[in-house]
Design a protein around this ligand. Structure first.
Ligand SMILES: Nc1ncnc2c1ncn2[C@@H]1O[C@H](COP(=O)(O)OP(=O)(O)OP(=O)(O)O)[C@@H](O)[C@H]1O
Ligand SMILES: [Mg+2]
Length: 145
């Protein structure tokens, strides 16, 4: 599915639609350049999942975990690792990738094989000014959008 948005609010709305489809255990990879709108889309998805807290980039930690919504939500940003988990504590992601949580992962990079079953992949591309192209594809589960 390919979406085109012209504002951050519209990208959030795409995220909200995705969020309504998600269930515990789903892992969603969110790729795209710096400032593409990955966190913005995840913010919309978190709204659909009834996360009450403000959703911002986990800049100084690897991730955030939000409890108390429709389902637990983890938000990871692997940018700092350059997608390479090889030099890290092998349990680094264990508190985030749990069966009771939906997990969003920015900058998955080469860590992908360690992220479990991927439910959705989102790719966001700059398309001039505030324009963005958002490609959503279901992962191995093959559930329809
Ligand atoms: N159509 C659009 N969709 C999403 N964001 C947009 C759009 N137009 C403008 N923006 C702006 O682009 C920025 C996107 O920032 P955001 O933090 O979501 O990007 P990111 O991909 O998570 O970046 P990073 O790689 O640094 O984590 C915001 O300032 C947002 O307001
Ligand atoms: Mg971000």
């Amino acid at each position: 599915m390919l979406e085109r948005t012209e504002s951050a609010a519209a990208t959030e709305a795409v995220g909200e639609r995705l969020g309504r489809e998600l269930e515990a255990g789903d892992v969603v990879l969110v790729s795209g350049e710096l400032g593409a709108g990955k966190t913005t889309l995840i913010r919309g998805a978190c709204a659909a999942l009834e996360v009450g807290a403000p959703v911002t980039s986990p800049t100084f930690t690897i991730g955030q975990r939000y409890e108390g919504g429709r389902v637990a939500v983890s938000h990871l940003d692997l940018y700092r690792l350059g997608g390479d988990l090889s030099g890290e504590d092998p349990g680094l992601l264990d508190d985030y990738l749990t069966p009771d949580a939906v997990a969003f992962i920015e900058w998955p990079g080469a860590a992908e094989p360690q992220l479990g079953r991927i439910a959705w992949r989102v790719e966001i591309r700059h398309a001039g000014g505030d324009g963005r192209e958002i490609e959503l594809s279901a992962g191995a589960t093959g559930r329809a959008a």
